[in-house]
Design a protein around this ligand. Sequence first.
Ligand code: SAM
Length: 281
Amino acid sequence: MNEPLPGALYLVATPIGNLGDLSSRAAAILSGVDFVAAEDTRVTAKLLSHLGVSKPMMTYHRHNLTEAGEKLQKRLQSGESCALVTDAGTPGISDPGEDAARLCAENGIKVVSVPGACAAVSALSVSALPTKRFCFEGFLSSERSKRLASLRALAGETRTIVFYEAPHRLAKTLSDMKEVFGGDRKISLCRELTKLNEEVIRTDLEEAAARFEKEEPRGEFVLVVSGAPEAEDSWEDTDIPGHFEFYLSRGLSQSDAMKAVAKDRHVAKSEIYRALKIKEQ
Ligand code: SAM
């Protein structure tokens, strides 16, 4: 189990801040593979040196995916085993591990998970927000119009939503979230998890936006935002126009609000159009 198989790609999770979080299986795989593919070989060299391991390394990052991918594929197909690691956390979650897994799977190469730290899951677990149902959105666009469009599409999402964000964009993102989701939406800002200055700020969007308008954020952040209230609680005693208004007030477009109303009431969309006296297109 801990002995790498020839020709397999191991997606090895590495710590997100605390070296103690590297599993003994991860250490065994890193020691046993023929080579390591790393997002940043300087970061990974430190980890390997902590383990007392010396390994041939190649870089695999978002700027060399094509050539490095070809090299990686050839070496794996020739029977070498490889551990792919990214800068921190679980490869494939908002990092180039996603491309490596797809490339290898498409080419019949065995892809094996060596699980461990993942910032999104750690943040969700300490957020104190509902965890029964959640969705992961990764990074929002750095372009404001695209970011707002993504947030608007999420306005009616009832599951807890997990985002990654870079510190230099935090203030703008919080202000946009407040604008789209409303200031009373709860948020847990999980900062520097597993590190010395780890902090979880459990507040609402109004306060979070105000705080980071003044304060410069430091370190890495995961934002965990509570979902919109469940429509089922409120629509059963209301008529179709009221139900429709409810979704509009949550930021849904007219067409998405109609779809949501039809779905909740288990009726055809045409019935909703009729009740709202809107011409179906
Ligand atoms: N694959 C990684 C994982 O499994 O967590 C995530 C890679 S993504 C490029 C990096 C983002 O993860 C950061 O911008 C930040 O949002 C989040 N992150 C990573 N380490 C963190 C930490 N110690 N505390 C809070 N957020 C962290």
